[in-house]
Design a protein around this ligand. Structure first.
Ligand SMILES: NC(=O)c1ccc[n+]([C@@H]2O[C@H](COP(=O)([O-])OP(=O)(O)OC[C@H]3O[C@@H](n4cnc5c(N)ncnc54)[C@H](OP(=O)(O)O)[C@@H]3O)[C@@H](O)[C@H]2O)c1
Length: 342
């Protein structure tokens, strides 16, 4: 088989200042594929995963990560076939996983984060289990939220990639009660993952229903959404409750734009009166042991069947659909991990 000499890849052409636009902020460009150096492989990308965290890095706002450089292939976790190899570890024909790019082909090597062969029993689930969703769920529950058997656990974004894994881990550990928050149309998925109750944030009496479902006795709230969902959750915490702030997806499309488009929080006083501990974290930056421990546990739990990553495949196949799929991710089109097959 003759190898390609160039690849199409998405780049950012202009930083986002509000809801992103494919034509104004991005372009699909052709890049030459460099010759492989020792230790490197050429991967024909089969599937990529899209992460909400890409959105903050598409703006110039100061964050935990530098803004994405313009006109450079965008990062994305991917799975693909090794079609050329100068590596002892990944031979031609192997299926590899790693932090690749939004491209048809990606040159990976010793410097590529997470580069590893894909365990056939895990397959595409690797894009969720060993990627930000699985790692954030594990690190957030154990390192930040101090999850214990008998806790009442509340999770928002519960039908998403991270939320689904949070529910399954909390169940595995023996939480007393698990309540998931999602949109009305995704409540069944939340219950199917093992939540005891599912509450819709798009119901008119959301706050009342959440209070009833939680009994205002939440020991650990796993926060994925922010805005009015965080506001309602604050009013449902038990004394000395813990809040692990993993994400605030409802606010991301305002980053870099008008500050009045962010939602305010009215229930912030509960942090004091209920003596709540609330901490944000980035799963890869908590401590050196947390991510390897998460990968070890999640791999074992995927094998024993106690944790399964839900994978959502975007209906349109091909690199050209990545940005459309990403816009869908930011508006809740996916149930489970948003992926695009090439
Ligand atoms: N801290 C870390 O290290 C880390 C790592 C990974 C992910 N994260 C964060 O974790 C969160 C979840 O990520 P994910 O990969 O699981 O994303 P995901 O699979 O897209 O799930 C997000 C869920 O949030 C819900 N959602 C979207 N917009 C919403 C809104 N305006 N209001 C309420 N719910 C909304 C969506 O479903 P419905 O609205 O339809 O229910 C969706 O199911 C994100 O905030 C992400 O940034 C953080």
């Amino acid at each position: 088989m003759s190898l390609p000499t160039s690849t199409k890849a998405w780049v950012l052409t202009q930083y986002c200042t509000g809801p992103l636009s494919e034509s104004e902020n991005f372009a699909l460009r052709e890049f030459p594929i460099p010759e492989l150096k020792d230790g490197e492989v050429l991967v024909k990308v089969q599937t990529i995963g899209l992460e909400p965290a890409m959105r903050p890095s598409y703006s110039l706002e100061k964050s935990y990560r530098e803004p994405t450089p313009l006109n450079t292939p965008l990062w994305a976790f991917g799975v693909g076939e090794v079609v050329a190899s100068k590596s002892d570890k990944l031979k031609t024909g192997a299926i590899a996983y790693g932090l690749f790019s939004m491209s048809q082909y990606h040159v990976a090597g010793p410097e590529t984060p997470f580069l590893m062969p894909v365990d056939p029993k895990i397959g595409k689930q690797v894009l969720s289990l060993f990627a930000p969703p699985g790692l954030a769920a594990h690190v957030g529950l154990f390192e930040i939220g101090e999850l214990k058997k008998g806790d009442t656990v509340l999770v928002s974004g519960a039908a998403g990639a991270t939320g689904s894994i949070v529910i399954q881990i909390a169940k595995r550990v023996g939480a007393k009660k698990i309540i998931g928050i999602a949109s009305k149309r995704k409540l069944d998925a939340v219950l199917a993952d093992g939540a005891d109750e599912a509450v819709a944030y798009d119901d008119d009496d959301f706050e009342e229903k959440l209070k009833k479902a939680t009994g205002e006795d939440v020991n650990l709230y796993f926060e994925n959404v922010g805005g009015k969902v965080l506001d309602a959750a604050l009013g449902c915490m038990a004394a000395y409750g813990r809040i692990a702030v993993c994400g605030m997806i409802s606010q991301y499309d305002s980053i870099g734009g008008d500050r009045n488009s962010f939602e305010g929080i009215k229930n912030i006083r509960y942090i004091l009166t209920r003596r709540i501990k609330m901490q944000g974290y980035i799963c890869s930056q908590v401590n050196d042991e947390a991510v390897p421990k998460a990968i070890k546990d999640l791999g074992a739990w995927a094998h024993d069947g106690s944790v399964k990553a839900a994978i959502y495949t975007h209906p349109d196949k091909g690199v050209e659909h990545c940005i459309k799929a990403f816009q869908g991710l930011l508006t809740g089109a996916n149930t489970g991990k948003m992926t695009v097959d090439f």
